[in-house]
Design a protein around this ligand. Structure first.
Ligand code: ZN
Length: 277
């Protein structure tokens, strides 16, 4: 059997403990509600992590065995350690882990570090939201109708200061007349990132079947793809075959030294003659 996809759902997990209302809506925590849904898919192995866990929930043993990291944070973004943020960013950039930022994670350190902007936006009262499916052919929109209602969500509005997304999949309209780019992808180095708007702590969006389906689809889409080439976090330096062989013979550290591509792919004299014809 193929290896399961290892998903870690990270939650700040403070509102649920500090507010009876939020605790009542999400007795298992926001991360627990997401896990409860994802546990229905046998190909996934879902782990919970929270800010107040040892090593902020993501010691190397957990982070280094996570294929997709889902992130929800709000009131304690500043407490997340910069070292952890760096390790998350490198793992995503290296194509070893996908990243899904939910709702107020637009201001989280890992999301900002990954996309490179402030993530600032306009926000307001809870109200009815219509989520429009703008890119139905995208795998993340699979099984999602043309539009769906969310009875009550926090208003998030443009301008949303993120880089131009690689793909804009969902757009929101709110009762107060505002619009928002609610579901977007970003490709960074070899990594895949998805941002999705719903999920205010005092709303019930993480029980909404469409919202949950989008999160599941995003897990599959952001997961590292099989068969990608080995990518190292450096800029390789091409040296001659003779120098390369000398390094190997002398047992010297190869570091970022690589052979000319014509050697690697067997682009020899015969191929040159063929191309020149
Ligand atoms: Zn919120």
């Amino acid at each position: 059997m193929e290896r399961k996809l290892r998903v870690t759902v990270w939650n700040e997990f403070r509102h649920e403990k500090n507010s009876r209302t939020v605790g009542g809506i999400y007795p298992l925590g926001i991360h627990g509600a997401i896990k409860q849904y994802l546990d229905g898919f046998p190909e996934l192995e879902v782990t919970l992590a929270a800010l107040d866990d040892p090593d902020q929930g993501l010691p190397a043993s957990v982070l280094d065995s996570t294929d997709v990291l889902i992130w929800w944070g709000h009131m304690a973004h500043g407490e997340v350690s910069d070292d952890l943020v760096y390790r998350i960013q490198r793992r995503v950039y290296m194509g070893k882990m996908g990243f899904i930022a939910l709702h107020s994670a637009h201001h989280s350190k890992p999301f900002r570090a990954l996309v490179g902007t402030s993530g600032n936006l306009t926000w307001g009262r809870e109200q009815k939201e219509i989520m429009w499916n703008l890119l139905p052919s995208h795998p993340i929109a699979r099984g999602i109708p043309q539009s769906f209602y969310i009875e009550s969500e926090e208003l998030y509005a443009e301008p949303f200061f993120v880089p131009q997304p690689d793909e804009l999949i969902f757009g929101s309209w709110y009762e107060d007349g505002y619009i928002f780019r609610a579901g977007m992808t970003f490709l960074r180095d070899q990594g895949r990132i998805f941002y999705f708007q719903p999920g205010h702590e005092s709303c019930r969006s993480f029980y909404d079947p469409n919202v949950l389906k989008v999160i599941y689809n995003a897990v599959l889409w952001t997961a590292p793809s099989e068969g990608r080439y080995e990518y190292r976090d450096l800029c390789p330096h091409v040296i001659s075959d003779a120098d390369y062989d000398r390094c190997v013979a002398e047992g010297r550290e190869l570091g970022n030294k690589i052979r000319p591509v014509k050697t690697v792919i067997g682009y020899g004299a015969a191929a040159v003659a063929e191309t020149d014809r």
